[in-house]
Design a protein around this ligand. Structure first.
Ligand SMILES: [Zn+2]
Length: 110
């Protein structure tokens, strides 16, 4: 099933997917959109049953949004983990600085 062109009057031309038919025919934009959404069967003028298998732009965008939200979730978790790790390193650094300062005051070499 492929779109040949759009008539501009609320109709779109599609082509039958059966190889020995390939009949082009028009359907309303609303009908085509509904069949894309519900994936129900419709028939070409020669009676060949067919249905849209490809996802609509809305479905593709919804999948992209969901994938991006998942990626954002992973990044947020990674950022949180890095912040915790950084806080641990800063605590150890402060402790080491305290030890060095005490040793200097006592006159010990580091
Ligand atoms: Zn056909």
């Amino acid at each position: 099933m492929s779109d040949a062109f759009t008539l501009g009057l609320g109709y779109e031309v599609v082509t039958c997917c059966k190889r020995d038919c390939l009949q082009s025919f028009a359907m309303t934009t609303a009908f085509k959109k509904a069949r894309h959404a519900d994936k129900r069967t419709f028939w070409c003028p020669n009676g060949h049953p067919q249905h849209f298998t490809s996802e609509t732009i809305e479905e593709r965008l919804q999948k992209n949004v969901a994938a991006l939200q998942t990626r954002i979730g992973y990044r947020d978790a990674e950022i949180s983990q890095l912040r915790n790790s950084r806080a641990g390193v800063e605590r150890r650094l402060r402790a080491t600085r305290g030890v060095v300062t005490r040793m200097r005051r006592k006159g010990e070499t580091v």
